[in-house]
Ligand binder design. Structure first.
Ligand code: KG4
Ligand code: ZN
Length: 334
């Protein structure tokens, strides 16, 4: 069975073809980063309009890349939420129109489940059960993944998501959008130990995160500094180390609490090099097995939606033709 996956929940238009026998066939992606850069963040209406413009040409490009025709596609998987409602509705309308005209099922996919299952696209995929650190622009959570569709959230952010904290911290130091990867880049030039920030919520039991106080610590440090390039890099380094160390502490708790030794990193922030390197070292020391997607599948993409649709094909009712996008959608409601 060949599944076409479509992702339009935010500012990336991603499409992919996944074969349940052979794995990923091809994928294409258009990032709207340049469109939103001048506004310093995603403008929802512009995002929706751009998805309208990009979907059909991207589908043509994908089919050409895969050397397949549309009538060889057996199902369409589409992100239903969480995300920007307008952007989601564009993708859902497109997917349902395709499914109806081809007379094939349409499967509605949870965007965060897509991130969670993205490591399954790799050659050596993780086996259930595992603990997943899901860190993106809109979410930060630790999830006990018991089986496909059986998710228990062990902890989540009580304020900003990790990616949001990266983006806002970058912005307050004057870095251009998109801030997260730029801040990570700047941190490579920073010196460890010049600035020190308190690791949030570590004295409280449990696996919840909080990042908004850290942002305030950075703001105060920045405003009271000489604001030179080296100082910004030193602050970025301290910020990144604090975030990574906080995650290390909460991950350790989650693995101890579940008596599991398999850890999966997913979502946009899992592209962060320091996070990966730090956790790789600890995993070796502690005998954990660590998995993460290749960098291009950490951030939003169509491949993660295609594989999630393919894995769910057998036990999900095909969606009806109602266009229902969900801005919020708890993972545990699946
Ligand atoms: O998963 P994603 O593409 O979109 C959401 O579902 O939110 O995640 C985007 C987030 C952004 O906040 C971005 O700044 C962050 O992931 N991000 C990073 C890095 N690459 C992307 N944060 C830290 N370090 C990176 N290398
Ligand atoms: Zn995402």
């Amino acid at each position: 069975m060949i599944v076409l996956g479509i992702e339009t929940s935010c500012d990336e238009t991603g499409l992919a073809l996944y074969d349940t026998e052979q794995g990923l066939i091809a994928h294409v992606l258009f990032s709207q980063v340049d469109l939103h850069a001048q506004y310093g963040g995603v403008v929802p209406e512009l995002a929706s309009r751009d998805h309208v413009r990009r979907l059909q040409p991207l589908l043509n490009e994908l089919l050409a890349k895969a050397d397949l025709s549309l009538d060889q596609v057996n199902a369409v998987a589409i992100t239903k939420g969480p995300g920007l409602v307008g952007a989601l509705m564009v993708g859902i309308s497109f997917a349902k129109a395709l499914a109806m005209s081809l007379d094939i099922p349409c499967i509605e996919v949870h965007h965060m489940e897509g991130h969670l299952l993205a490591p399954m696209l790799e050659e050596n995929p993780p086996q259930f059960p595992f603990v997943a650190l899901l860190v993106s622009g809109g979410h930060s959570m630790l999830v006990h993944v018991k089986a496909l569709g059986e998710y228990e959230v062990l902890g989540e952010t009580i304020d900003d998501a990790a990616g949001e904290a990266f983006d806002k911290t970058a912005k307050l130091m004057g870095l251009p959008y998109p801030g997260g990867p730029r801040l990570a880049e700047l941190a490579t030039k920073g010196r460890s130990g010049v600035f020190k920030f308190t690791r949030p919520l570590i004295d409280r039991p449990g696996c919840d995160f909080s990042f908004s106080g850290l942002k305030t610590q950075v703001l105060n440090a920045y405003l009271n500094s000489d604001q030179s390039e080296q100082t910004k890099a030193d602050i970025a380094r301290a910020f990144e180390e604090t975030v990574v160390d906080t995650m290390r502490i909460k991950i350790t708790r989650a693995l101890e609490q579940t008596s599991l030794k398999t850890l999966v990193l997913a979502g946009g922030v899992s592209a962060n090099k320091r996070l990966r390197e730090t956790l790789s070292t600890i995993a070796q020391e502690k005998g954990w097995q660590l998995y993460y997607p290749r960098t291009e599948f950490c951030t939003d993409n169509g491949a993660m939606i295609a594989i999630t649709g393919a894995l769910r094909l057998a036990n999900t009712q095909p969606a009806d033709l109602k266009i229902q996008a969900l801005a919020r959608w708890p993972l545990e409601c699946l």
